[in-house]
Design a protein. Sequence first.
Length: 532
Amino acid sequence: MEIGRVNPAHRLEDQGITGLGKVHYNLLEPALVEAALTRGEGHLGQGGAFLVTTGEHTGRSPKDKHVVRTADVEDTIWWDNNRPMEPEAFDRLHADMLAHLKGREVFVEDLYAGADPAHRLDVRVITEMAWHGLFSRHLLRRPALEELDSFVPEFTIVNCPSFKADPEHHGCRTRTVVAMNFAKKLILIADTEYAGEIKKSVFTLLNYILPARGIMPMHCSANHATGNPVDTAVFFGLSGTGKTTLSADPSRTLIGDDEHGWSDKGTFNFEGGCYAKTISLSAEAEPEIFATTTKFATVIENMVFDPHTLALDYEDDSLTANMRCAYPLHYISNASDTALGGHPKNIIMLTCDAFGVLPPIARLTPAQAMYHFLSGFTSKVAGTEKGVTEPEPTFSTCFGAPFMPRRPEVYGQLLREKIATHGATCWLVNTGWTGGAYGTGSRMPIKATRALLAAALDGTLNDAEFRKDPNFGFEVPLSVPGVDDALLDPRRTWADGAAYDAQARKLVGMFSENFAKYLPFIDQDVKEAAIG
């Protein structure tokens, strides 16, 4: 039985998917919530939010991602970072997953990525679980109903959490697998209920497709001055560094919280919603995001709640520290109607420094910006990936290595060209530790971070007096209104200056060792900017 609106020429049968049970095409949010409740997939929470848990997988499984090694991508994939899968193994996986789905109820959502119509990617998401369809409707963009009559998917995602892969037979690492086949325009996801794999698979697709068109894909949030899209800012950063929190500034218009493109026309959001971390979320610090957790159809993922009142516990991380909420962008009152912005005027690179060495803000030259972009230093935050239980220092190139199918220099050169063409002031912002490393120091006060960003974005920080950092060579302001001067000099926040110096030397050495692999591919000025 088929239910819902769909292009009659592009039903599942036309993709070779037959023998299924009930097929639901393009159900809207109320119907998806109703189906998920009927199927026992979760609970209806306060305000109509949908409460789910994802079992064993409460974060992404980056080591289980594969790219199929076909002739069309052989010379362009960054194989050191992307686990290959042979085409024959993918075909076996595909056939076995489709056989597994026979007779089962499935949910199909025809969606797209990319707010700029010129660069839109139409994606079909096929899922076993109604709430995964709901999540996909939030995080991807929703076509107008009349568009569904002629919708033709360019890529298809088959998400089958109940299927367990056989590593020997299917050429994968474990029974959990995310396999991407660019030649067949098909992504297979198995043995994980974590919905973020759907979202990041689409991002990985765009990270491969768009650079060939001269478009810079960015793992960043973005906003612009109210009424002035020309004054756009982008915030690069891995999960947990503050992209969502810091871009949701009520005094500015939110373009999006995680994934964007930079074309010759400006900035555009890939997504139609947000996927915000909720640990320690409060109405006082982040009122807009907090309010979404009790709005209809918001997906609340892996949060502990009171069994009687259904009130959410924002501090209980017993399921995971990676608890999240997924909601459509229009749930944020100051969100852009178009999800479009101008060329970035300010580029902010967010890092969560668990060493406690980096200042809360620093101004970068273009060469330094490319250096820090390629370095992508941060700390993996607890729960974001399976097995990460406390902040773990890491270098994730382009602030998103798990989602980068091409070599880092491709993205770095694109960024550099766009900065040179359109002009932008670049900043490094540390939202990590101060006064000592993780375990000794404390997390950077968000009030101070907000004040520093406000000064950077409104231009007042450009008039400040700066010092040259002795470790990294970038410029650090000496004083900013509303921020303790001592906070701007990390060494002063440590009880033992010599201990800070030792920690700084250690971090500088880590940067140098990590960056050595990029030296053959970059220009001399970036090499000279590496360590000041």
